[in-house]
Design a protein around this ligand. Structure first.
Ligand SMILES: Cc1cc2nc3c(=O)[nH]c(=O)nc-3n(C[C@H](O)[C@H](O)[C@H](O)COP(=O)(O)OP(=O)(O)OC[C@H]3O[C@@H](n4cnc5c(N)ncnc54)[C@H](O)[C@@H]3O)c2cc1C
Length: 486
């Protein structure tokens, strides 16, 4: 009888898991899953404590689901990726495993790790098979006419949708129950030393219940109640307009195929809808940034996508950076957004753009500082989406619009939170500010200074937006070759 091992990484689910299904293809094969806790590697990758907590909670649920299929879930505890080849090979030999299956990860360090694991396993006569699973359309399979990767989203989306129409993206069911099991499951720890979640446990559990059922319920609820209105509401953080599925997609409790399938079914039942189309496009952005990461691996190495922006003299002002991190910039929408991140481990997409644009354009602080801070605090921290979002905001990345896209944090507030409901929720110190003043509680200079006293210490704006705008434009113009339209 054959024995297979499935190495789970960012695919913590039993349904529509390509590697798990491949391992369970033979009816009689015995299968176990393994997950590796690699704390030093996670520290090096800035994995947030709240995300580690979410993964551990998810593994505990998944272990129970897998047990019903006679598939034990084992845990390896090794400090970093370097220790993995030996640890996995020993585990495989101990259980007389003939092949290991895993779903591909596309980040640079992860691909180096997988090469090393494959070669050590091979020395023991065990194959490692890597499957495409993380994207609806696998990276490295969608190219421009000239054979290159797409660097601009709109043409990418066109081809991506065409590919989905021909190749389909139907999710697969969970595998069939195994006839028996060759070992018992390991206990799932509830903590990993060195990782502390900045989000209160009760908040984390309420906002982010763990497991496939929770993820599928959220997907069903979003499809039924909000998908149709997505286009109108997706930029309003005070409304329930977005799915909040990103943490589940980031650790793979949910697959992009399950999301797309829900959207396509909605369209089939209720007809065309701009909201559905837009949401499908967002899943496309997720794929797009993974394709970019494979095409230009330098984005995994702190390098700008647009190399001509490399000489920009980004500022490294610790004090101003702290003010931004702590939500004390004096711009209510920016500060409320940063408090949302601190309190929930998540931030609304429009606000991620606003705060990233503020850090990089208004403060002209290095986008890499913001990228790192986000990874350290996001429950959905994902290298490609996070890097893509930061570089887009800093005009060093895949924005087809040139560098003069600069958000005004006050007018963004007026557009996205017109009544100030979101701001008041996260900035209680502004709860009594009347709506017409909520986006500029201190008013305009010079009377503004006097008003500052009224709002329980809420800071004055830390920067003059017009001056900041001129400064950043000047820096981009000073480049020997300013970045061109993509
Ligand atoms: C500076 C910045 C940093 C970001 N960091 C991350 C990150 O670390 N992890 C992450 O998953 N997303 C990141 N995003 C993308 C986006 O903000 C989140 O995916 C989104 O807010 C998640 O909320 P949701 O699940 O309600 O999204 P919905 O609006 O419901 O969209 C559905 C799904 O589509 C995907 N998606 C949506 N927008 C984007 C996008 N712009 N890029 C890539 N995928 C997208 C997500 O998987 C999301 O769950 C970042 C964006 C910016 C501007």
């Amino acid at each position: 009888m054959s024995r297979y091992l499935v190495w789970l990484r960012a695919d913590l689910r039993s349904i529509d898991n390509t590697a798990l299904l491949a391992a369970c293809k033979e009816k009689d094969a015995e299968v176990a899953c393994v997950y590796a806790i690699t704390p030093q590697q996670w520290q090096a990758h800035d994995v947030a404590g709240v995300r580690v907590d979410f993964e551990l909670r998810t593994l505990a649920v998944l272990q129970k689901t897998l047990a019903t299929l006679n598939i034990p879930l084992l845990i390896l505890d090794v400090p970093d990726f370097k220790g993995l080849p030996k640890a996995l090979a020993e585990l495989a030999q101990q259980h007389r495993i003939s092949a290991v299956h895993a779903n591909r990860q596309y980040e640079f360090n992860e691909t180096v790790r997988d090469d090393a694991v494959a070669s050590v396993l091979e020395n023991s006569g065990i194959t490692l098979t890597l499957h495409h699973d993380q994207c609806a359309v696998p990276p490295g399979t969608l190219f421009k006419n000239d054979g290159g990767f797409y660097s601009v989203f709109t043409p990418f989306k066109r081809m991506w949708l065409a590919r989905l129409a021909t190749a389909g993206c139907q999710p697969q069911p969970a595998p069939q129950k195994r006839p028996g099991k060759f070992t018992e499951s390991d206990a799932i720890p509830d903590k990993v030393a060195g990782f502390f979640s900045h989000v209160k446990p009760e908040t984390a559990r309420t906002w982010w219940p763990a497991g496939e059922t929770a993820a599928l319920n959220r997907l069903a609820d979003f499809s039924a109640k909000h998908l149709n209105d997505y286009l109108d509401k997706r930029d309003l953080p005070a409304e329930e307009g977005v799915s909040r599925l990103s943490p589940y997609l980031a650790i793979g409790t949910l697959s992009p195929r399950q999301c797309l399938n829900a959207a396509f079914n909605h369209r089939a039942r209720h007809g065309e809808s701009a909201g559905v189309d837009q949401w499908i496009a967002e899943i496309g952005w997720r794929d797009f940034y993974k394709h970019v990461m494979v095409g230009w691996p330098r984005v995994c190495k702190h390098r700008p996508f647009k190399l001509e922006t490399d000489p920009l003299p980004w500022r490294h002002d610790e004090k101003e950076f702290r003010q931004w991190c702590e939500g004390r910039t004096g711009f209510p929408l920016v500060d409320a957004a940063m408090r949302q991140l601190q309190q929930t481990g998540w931030m609304h997409n429009r606000l991620r753009m606003v705060v990233a644009m503020f850090l990089t354009k208004d403060l002209f602080i290095d986008w890499r500082w913001g990228e790192k801070f986000f990874m350290q605090h996001l429950i959905d921290g994902d290298l490609s989406a996070n890097n893509g979002g930061w570089q887009w905001s800093a005009s060093t990345g895949n924005d087809a619009v040139p560098y003069f896209r600069i958000f005004n944090p006050v007018s963004q507030g007026r557009k996205c939170d017109p009544q100030g409901h979101f701001i008041r929720q996260y900035l209680p110190e502004l709860s009594t500010v009347p709506t017409p003043s909520i986006h500029e509680p201190h008013g305009h200079e010079p009377e503004g200074k006097a008003q500052a006293i009224l709002f329980s210490g809420y800071p004055l704006p830390m920067v003059d937006h017009r001056m900041a705008r001129d400064r950043v434009l000047a820096h981009f113009k000073d480049l020997k070759s300013p970045p061109a339209r993509l």
